[in-house]
Design a protein around this ligand. Structure first.
Ligand SMILES: C[S@@+](CC[C@H](N)C(=O)[O-])C[C@H]1O[C@@H](n2cnc3c(N)ncnc32)[C@H](O)[C@@H]1O
Length: 324
C-alpha cells in the first residue's frame, strides 16, 4: 500500500509506462502529459484548471453559470454542495468551472433520487474523475466516508495532487491509500476510520478487477465511458455487477449517446452491457450536460452529441433471481 505522498511518488514513476486500458482518445490526450514533481504540463481532456477569475470575468462566469444553478436548485441539497464546491476550488486555487458545477448538481440529484444510498458511512466509487472533483465533493458533503477512485495513471496522479491541495498534506497522508493488489487492498479496507475521518482508495485502471473486492454502495461514471474502448467499459460493468451480486449497487452513468474515438472506435451508451433486470430510476438526456459556455458570443454551445444519464440499481443475487 502506498499512502499519501508515497502514492504520488509511485504514480509519478508509472506515467512513462504504456497503459493498456487507455483508448486511442486517451493516448492522444495524454501525449503531452508531463510532471516534474512540482507541476504538470499538457493536461488536456479532463476539465479545466485555470486560476480563479476576479472582477468582470468572475461576474461573467457567474452570469453564464446561472442557468445551470437554476437546474441545481430544484434539488434541496444543491446550495450546500455548491458552497462546498466553492470552498474546494478556492483551496485548490482554481476556477469553479462548469466541470465542477456539473459534479455539484449530480450529487444533489443523487441525494434527491436515492438518499438512502449516500451517507457518511457509505463507500462510493468514482470511475474516471477529473481533478478529483467528484471524489472530494462526495467526501466533503458526507455522501460517502470512503471513495474508491479509479483512473488511468496520469489522470490519477493529477486527481491525487488536487486531493492533497484540498485536504492539506497532513490529512492526505493518513487518508489516501493507493493499492495495487489484493493484499494491499485488504490492508486499506481494514484501516480503522476514526469518527468523521475519510478515506480514498486509489486504483490504477489496470487493477480494475480489485473493485470486485470493495464493498461499494454506489458508483459514478461521468463523461468517461464514452471515451473508453467498449471492452473496457464492459469490464467495469462486470466488476460492478460482481459487487452488486453480494450487496446491490447504485450506478449513475452519464455519457454521450454516441462518440467516435480517434481510431474509429464508436462508443454507444445503449450498447453498454445493461441488463433487463437493472432497476432504472432515471433514464433521460441529462438536463445539465447538454451545453457548455464560452466567455464570448454566442456563449452557449451544444456538445458534439447528446449526453444520456441513467441511474440504475444493479440488483443483488436474490432480487435478480426473483425477477427472472
Ligand atoms: C472527460 S474526463 C471526465 C472527467 C469528469 N468525470 C467530468 O465529468 O468532467 C474522462 C475521465 O475518464 C478517465 N478515464 C479514461 N479511461 C479510463 C479507464 N480505462 N479507467 C478509468 N478512467 C478512465 C480519464 O482519465 C478522465 O479522468
Amino acid at each position: 500500500m502506498h499512502s499519501g505522498q508515497s502514492a504520488i511518488n509511485y504514480l509519478a514513476n508509472e506515467i512513462g509506462k504504456d497503459e493498456p486500458h487507455a483508448s486511442s482518445h486517451w493516448q492522444k490526450y495524454h501525449s503531452a502529459f508531463k510532471f516534474n514533481g512540482q507541476a504538470f504540463e499538457g493536461l488536456q481532456g479532463f476539465g479545466g484548471n485555470v486560476s480563479p477569475p476576479s472582477g468582470l470575468r468572475l461576474w461573467a462566469l457567474k452570469k453564464l453559470q446561472h442557468r445551470f444553478r437554476v437546474i441545481g436548485k430544484q434539488y434541496p441539497l444543491f446550495d450546500s454542495i455548491d458552497a462546498l464546491a466553492h470552498q474546494m476550488t478556492s483551496q485548490q486555487n482554481r476556477s469553479y468551472d462548469l466541470d465542477v458545477l456539473r459534479q455539484a448538481i449530480t450529487i444533489s440529484f443523487l441525494h434527491h433520487k436515492a438518499a438512502d444510498k449516500l451517507s457518511p458511512t457509505a463507500m462510493g466509487c468514482v470511475i474516471g474523475d477529473g481533478f478529483a472533483s467528484m471524489t472530494a465533493l462526495l467526501l466533503a458533503s458526507g455522501s460517502a466516508g470512503r471513495v474508491v477512485l479509479i483512473n488511468l495513471s496520469k489522470t490519477l496522479l493529477v486527481d491525487l495532487w488536487y486531493l492533497k491541495l484540498w485536504m492539506g498534506a497532513t490529512v492526505f497522508e493518513s487518508s489516501v491509500d493507493l493499492v495495487t493488489d489484493e493484499t494491499s487492498l485488504a490492508q486499506a479496507l481494514a484501516k480503522p476510520l476514526k469518527e468523521g475521518s475519510k478515506q480514498v482508495i486509489a486504483l490504477q485502471a489496470s487493477h480494475h478487477a480489485l473493485l470486485r473486492s470493495c464493498p461499494i454502495d454506489f458508483a459514478i461514471n461521468i463523461a468517461s465511458m464514452q471515451e473508453m474502448d467498449p471492452p473496457i467499459t464492459a469490464a467495469y460493468f462486470h466488476d460492478l455487477r460482481e459487487v452488486a451480486r453480494k450487496r446491490g449497487l447504485l450506478f449513475y452513468c452519464c455519457n454521450r449517446e454516441m462518440k467516435q474515438l480517434p481510431d474509429g472506435t464508436v462508443t454507444e451508451f445503449l450498447k453498454y452491457p445493461w441488463h433487463t433486470h437493472d432497476h432504472i430510476l432515471t433514464d433521460e438526456l441529462c438536463p445539465w450536460h447538454q451545453q457548455y459556455y464560452t466567455i464570448r458570443p454566442p456563449f452557449y454551445h451544444s456538445y458534439d452529441g447528446a449526453h444520456q444519464h441513467r441511474l440504475a440499481i444493479f440488483q443483488n443475487n436474490n432480487l435478480t433471481s426473483s425477477h427472472e
